[in-house]
Design a protein around this ligand. Structure first.
Ligand SMILES: Cc1cc2nc3c(=O)[nH]c(=O)nc-3n(C[C@H](O)[C@H](O)[C@H](O)COP(=O)(O)OP(=O)(O)OC[C@H]3O[C@@H](n4cnc5c(N)ncnc54)[C@H](O)[C@@H]3O)c2cc1C
Length: 398
């Protein structure tokens, strides 16, 4: 325990997104010590945790045995229970992954096996009749139905988790951007803090915070923007996905219903020249840093990355290409029914060999810090289970 004092905490969490807030809640619930969360923004949910698709994934497309697969399946259950208990808007509407040919049907069968291996319950492949009964707008021969998929108001979810953490004793300090860390002293734009243990949950800036403490060596966050279009007048009852390309950590453009009744198409996966460049602007300092990194060059030299950027670049900058992508799932949609919607940015970790890391990465340093370095999708779904997993390890170490 650190010595008591207004700004001394046993656990100091940097970043109050869904991951930081869930870890604060878990530590406070266990009475592990005093807890504070610092966030650079005036309110919570302004980045990935409030700008995502709002889907509580069932865990079907995660590699069996991976940390993400375990956390997604368990986290899905925890999140649905939490939302019911705390009156967070959530609808258990199920997920459909649609196939239009034999090759895509083979992907559905792979997903079925992966999902079963990860422990996802209730999965089954349905035929064309049941698909059109469930989703009259969707076109396909078969679909993988996952009944545990749900939609949630993601901003309300992060606020409710943070509220519960506060009710259990954690303190949240807003407008507190962390600019430096010297041993146990965390220097922020609000005040300075002393910490027994620092937990880095800074999302898009997690590699920078890690570097302040000698962690995350060789890894770099490369931001990928996900853009959405709202489709008006299209009846969608659940979530409709294309059969994904399992080589990439991103799902293709899909349809999601939001809890307030909108239908969204997206997200794209476009390289972003700024970590918070939601409006597609170029942030010169961050872009130069990214382009100068060996991680970026090795990523660029992989043919798969170029294919991803070429395909998503077209969708990102041409409404016609976006419409063509949408029509693969619902051929009757007209351009007049599309309205641009907000975007989100993924904090994708790329290792020194230029590979996009698919699993969650946590680095525990014996000197008293923990770094969440790759809380990628479905990080919101996984958050409550992931928090328990991380806290088990932190409180067990001396
Ligand atoms: C487009 C998109 C769609 C997605 N869809 C889904 C989905 O449908 N379902 C799902 O489960 N997951 C989804 N995800 C993934 C999910 O949103 C993330 O895994 C999750 O939100 C990560 O949470 P986080 O707390 O790590 O990050 P964030 O929410 O980004 O939180 C990080 C926090 O750190 C703060 N911060 C950063 N730097 C500092 C600093 N120096 N000092 C203080 N504070 C700092 C930021 O202000 C921010 O609040 C999606 C992600 C994106 C981008």
């Amino acid at each position: 325990m650190v010595a008591g004092g207004e700004n001394n905490y046993d656990y100091l969490i940097i970043g109050g997104g869904i991951v930081g807030s869930s870890i604060a809640r878990e530590l406070a619930a266990r009475g592990a010590g005093s807890v504070a969360v610092l966030d650079k923004e005036p309110r919570l949910g302004l980045h990935a945790s409030g700008r995502n698709s709002g889907v509580l994934h069932s865990g079907i497309n995660q590699k069996p045995g991976s940390l993400k697969a375990r956390m997604a399946v368990e986290g899905n259950r925890f999140a649905r229970e939490f939302c019911k208990e705390h009156n967070v808007r959530m609808q258990e509407c199920g997920t459909l992954v649609v196939s239009r040919n034999e090759r895509e049907l083979a992907v559905l069968n792979t997903l079925l096996e992966m999902g079963k291996a990860a422990g996802v319950e209730g999965l089954r492949i349905i035929g064309r009749d049941e698909l059109s009964e469930r989703e009259p707008s969707a076109v396909g021969d078969n679909a993988l139905l996952s009944p545990n998929g749900a939609i949630v108001d993601s901003e309300a979810f992060v606020r409710a988790v943070a509220g519960d953490a506060q009710a259990k004793g954690a303190r949240f300090v807003m407008n507190a951007e962390v600019t430096a860390i010297r041993e146990r002293t965390v220097i922020s734009k609000a005040e300075n803090f002393e910490a027994g243990h620092v937990i880095n949950c800074a999302g898009l800036y997690s590699d920078r915070i890690a570097a302040m403490m000698g962690a995350g060596k060789g890894c770099r966050i490369i931001p990928f923007r996900g853009e959405y279009m709202e489709i008006t007048g299209l009846p969608v009852n659940s979530m409709i996905y294309q059969a994904p390309d399992l080589r990439y950590p991103f799902l293709g453009v899909h349809f999601t219903r939001t809890v307030d009744g909108r239908v969204l198409a997206g997200p794209t996966a476009m390289l972003s020249f700024g970590r918070e460049a939601y409006d597609k602007r170029i942030v010169p300092g961050e872009s130069i840093g990214m382009i100068a990194s060996v991680n970026f060059w090795r990523l660029v030299l992989s043919g798969e990355f170029l294919r991803l950027v070429w395909h998503n670049g077209k969708i990102s900058f041409s409404d016609r290409a976006f419409l063509a992508e949408i029509r693969t799932l619902a051929p009757d949609v007209e351009m007049s029914r599309l309205k641009p919607y907000r975007s989100g940015i993924r904090a994708q970790m790329v290792d020194r060999r230029g590979r996009m890391v698919n699993d969650m990465v946590v680095e525990y340093l014996p000197a008293g810090s923990t770094h969440i370095l790759n809380a990628v999708s479905p990080g919101m779904t996984a958050a409550l289970a992931f928090a328990a997993h991380v806290v088990d390890r932190i409180v067990a170490s001396p």
